[in-house]
Structures are given as C-alpha cells and as structure tokens.
Design a protein around this ligand. Structure first.
Ligand SMILES: C[S@@+](CC[C@H](N)C(=O)[O-])C[C@H]1O[C@@H](n2cnc3c(N)ncnc32)[C@H](O)[C@@H]1O
Length: 256
C-alpha cells in the first residue's frame, strides 16, 4: 500500500503547513531570536471564492516553508533581478501597492496567516502583478532555510506584531539575532526597512538600531536609499491625522 492509500497519513492540503512542531532553528550565535507562541498560528477561513483561487494559483505563486533553498530566477522566470523579502505581509496591502512600482524587483511576501496570503494572491491574480511570490511560514525560518546568504536587495518588516506585554517582548521579531540573520541574507548595499506605529516597539527598536555591526543605521528618511521606501499605503491613523500615540516610525539600515 503506498502512502496515499494509508488513511493514517493525511495528505496536506494546498498551502498547508505540516502538522506538529514547526521547524525552528537552534541558532548558536548567542544572540536573541523571537520565540513564536502557538498563538501566532492564527486560523481563519477563506470564502469559497478565495479557496478556489487559492487552490488554483498557490502551486504556481506560493510555497510553504521547507528546507529547499529558493531559486529566484527559476521561480520568477527571469534572470538577474534584485529580490526583496517582506516578512509579515498581512493582507498584502503595501505589497500589492508597491510591487507594480518596482516591476524590475522580485518580491517574496512571507506570512503565516493563510487568509492574508489568500487576499494578496487575489490582488496579484486580478491585478496581473507578475513580480510577487509568497511563502507561508515563519519569516525567521524562511530566511534561515530558504534564502541564500548575501542574496537580497532588501528586507521589509511593516508593522510587526507589537507584543505590548513585557512577558511577550521575547516574541518581537526585531531582536539582535534576527538583525544578524537579515544582515547575512542581504547583499552588500542591501536595505532593511522597518515601520511601526507602536510607541513601545519604537523604543525597543531605537535601543537596537546599532546592535548588528553589518547593518549601518541610515535613519529616516534616507533619500539616497537604493530601493522604493514609500509604502504607498495610507493607514487608518495617517488618514485621520496622527495622534501622539500613533506616530509612524520608519527605520532604514544599509548592509555594509
Ligand atoms: C500587525 S500585522 C501587519 C501586517 C502588514 N505588514 C501591514 O502592514 O498591514 C503583522 C503580521 O505579521 C505576521 N507575522 C507575525 N510573525 C511572523 C513571522 N514570524 N513570520 C511571518 N509572519 C509573521 C502576522 O501573521 C501578521 O499578519
């Protein structure tokens, strides 16, 4: 009997992460890495239309976290274009708005949340956007396992989950180890762009802007930045006018 006939071995659905413990690298750098609580694996259902589109298009435009390094030229069907990874793309509002303005760039959106990916997939297919691909998984593991060293032109992290309670701060994605990993995946001259509207998280980032020696902090704005830094999206706070508690802070670093 082969495995597909064995009722005990469940076949994974399209875009589904394997059951059980998620892949988690044990880094031996002595630096800090975010530790994901199981809460991060948010559930959510897709509408019938989203489900149909997801099943039809994900195999071409998406993949799940694995130990197979991504061959960007093969995946995007073109050679020699710069690649940007966005971690935590959410519903992909910025991703879909920015990508057409940087058509020469390959954009890989990484997200755990399937309904968010389904929404971005819909925008990509309906908008005929050709330079976005998606990976479902933890951004740290995707960088560590699937992205070759010194291969990226940019990494974006827009409005990462703020984890406001002190006991959850260890889950924040901006940590010394993540910055070290990002520095190793960026090519020299590559850019890390982070945005937050959470005052506590901004303080946290302020304390870490200089912790990674290969990332030179360029502040904000940085007019000479070699990639698109305008997120293109007016957030609900920006639309209403910023209040003291909702100042948007943006950060840029250059891989040296
Ligand atoms: C507050 S939302 C922001 C979404 C989007 N960037 C935006 O600006 O609207 C944070 C997103 O990051 C995702 N996320 C959190 N930790 C992640 C991780 N380790 N890897 C990938 N995505 C992650 C969450 O599922 C969530 O969709």
């Amino acid at each position: 009997m082969n495995s597909s006939d064995n009722p005990k071995i469940k076949r994974l659905g399209v875009g589904e992460l394997p059951h059980g413990r998620p892949l988690q690298t044990e880094f031996d750098t002595g630096l800090d890495y975010p530790r994901l609580g199981s809460v991060t694996f948010r559930r959510g259902t897709l509408t019938d239309n989203q489900e149909a589109l997801f099943n039809a298009e994900w195999p071409r435009l998406g993949r799940v976290l694995s130990d197979d390094p991504i061959d960007v030229d093969a995946w995007f069907g073109r050679t020699g274009h710069p690649t940007i990874v966005e971690i935590g793309s959410g519903t992909g509002t910025s991703t879909a708005a920015m990508a057409p303005l940087e058509a020469d760039t390959n954009v890989i959106a990484v997200e755990l949340y399937k309904p968010g990916l389904a929404k971005l997939l819909g925008a990509v297919v309906r908008g005929g956007i050709e330079n976005i691909r998606m990976v479902r998984g933890d951004g740290v593991e995707v960088l560590a396992r699937m992205i070759p060293e010194a291969s990226l032109a940019g990494v974006r992290i827009f409005f990462p989950d703020p984890w406001p309670k002190a006991r959850h701060h260890k889950r924040r994605i901006i940590q010394s180890g993540t910055l070290n990993l990002i520095a190793s995946r960026l090519a020299p001259g590559g850019v890390l762009h982070v945005a937050t509207d959470h005052a506590g998280y901004a303080e946290w980032i302020d304390e870490r802007v200089d912790v990674e020696p290969r990332l030179a902090y360029r502040g904000w704005p940085w007019p000479e930045a070699p990639l698109l830094t305008d997120r293109q999206v007016i957030t609900k706070f920006e639309g209403k006018g910023l209040t003291k508690d909702h100042t948007i802070r943006e950060y840029l670093w250059e891989r040296i």
